[in-house]
Design a protein around this ligand. Structure first.
Ligand SMILES: Nc1nc2c(c(=O)[nH]1)N[C@@H](CN(C=O)c1ccc(C(=O)N[C@@H](CCC(=O)O)C(=O)O)cc1)CN2
Length: 290
């Protein structure tokens, strides 16, 4: 058997389109014409929406083929089939701006996971409406931006955030227990590239104080939900969720403590999958090729 060529550069193609025959063949033919070798391919046909979703992780052995060549080449296929698509270099880290308020466990977890290489992200800035975690940012050598928010300064604060997003070429904004509601305009500007961790198992207990709400309800499970941020508070497409068991003996503060680990783990999985282009938005839901 002839030896396989040395692995080339790796790319990820994600796509969705109206379901139709020949899609996988068209993608495979495109890859062959660009010296592509499939490493992983996942597909999902949403029969209710009649929409097809695909994620292809592949390498390219021809060193003369650039990312722009690949994008130009797939543009023709996409036009023929009405495909919405994205094509990324799999090795490129996602430039991630993290926002936090007074609870830092999710921020701390993301910083550590980046430091160990568990998350392929760069963190050009940490933004907070409080100064609690400026020392933590400094300990990782990451610029910290204190952007206070009041009803009167919200517009100015959001303008400053957008300025940082543009100046630092940010790909993804993560609300790691950032407790300010983003305006409709900011949500539009960050559509599909802002992830929030909500400290409940949505759709239960939306909004502020979910652990107090859960305690009043006498729940036997508390949880966390990572979702894309939209104008509808805590209603964005869900990316990942998990729960932890509780009981009658726990007061609201106990629930806050017990929820920390599951919040951090859920957010980290969601951020990791987003950064590996494993999450595709399907209307108000997601398809996650995890
Ligand atoms: N536009 C959106 N903004 C935010 C979302 C979202 O889904 N869409 N998620 C929240 C996070 N969050 C729960 O996870 C949350 C944060 C804050 C509040 C809230 O009511 N806060 C203040 C009011 C602050 C303000 O007016 O800006 C309060 O406690 O009264 C509810 C839920 C992050 N932002």
């Amino acid at each position: 058997m002839s030896p396989r060529p040395l692995p080339g550069r790796e790319f990820v193609l994600t796509l969705s389109c109206p379901d139709q025959a020949g899609l996988v063949h068209a993608v495979a033919t495109y890859l062959v014409h660009h010296s592509g070798n499939i490493l992983e391919s996942r597909q999902f046909d949403d029969r209710l929406q009649d929409r097809f979703f695909m994620r292809v992780h592949f390498d390219v052995s021809d060193p003369g083929i650039s990312l722009e060549d690949l994008r130009t080449g797939f543009g023709a296929v996409a036009q023929a089939y009405g495909i919405d698509w994205r094509l990324h270099d799999a090795s490129t880290p996602t430039r991630t701006l993290i926002m936090v308020s007074r609870f830092g466990h999710c921020l701390n977890d993301l910083l550590f996971r980046r430091s160990t290489g568990a998350l392929n992200i760069e963190i050009p800035a940490i933004v907070s409406n409080h100064r609690d975690f400026e020392p933590l940012a400094r300990s990782y050598g990451i610029p910290f931006h204190h952007v206070p928010v009041t009803k009167d300064t919200k517009a100015e604060a959001e303008a400053r955030l957008l300025e940082l997003v543009r100046e630092l070429d940010v790909d993804l904004v993560v609300l790691a227990r950032y407790m300010q509601i983003l305006s409709d305009d900011l949500c539009k500007q960050l559509d599909g590239r802002a992830i929030n961790i909500h400290h409940s198992f949505l759709p239960s207990f939306k909004g502020a104080g979910p652990y107090v709400q859960a305690h009043r309800r006498g729940v036997k499970l508390v949880g966390a939900t990572a979702h894309y941020v939209t104008s509808d508070l805590d209603e964005g497409p869900i990316i990942e969720q998990d729960v932890v068991r509780v009981d009658h003996s726990r007061d609201p503060d106990d629930l806050v403590t017990m929820g920390r680990d599951v919040e951090a783990q859920v957010l980290a999985r969601a951020v990791g999958w987003h950064c590996e282009s494993r999450v595709l938005v399907n209307g108000s839901c997601t398809v996650v090729f995890r």
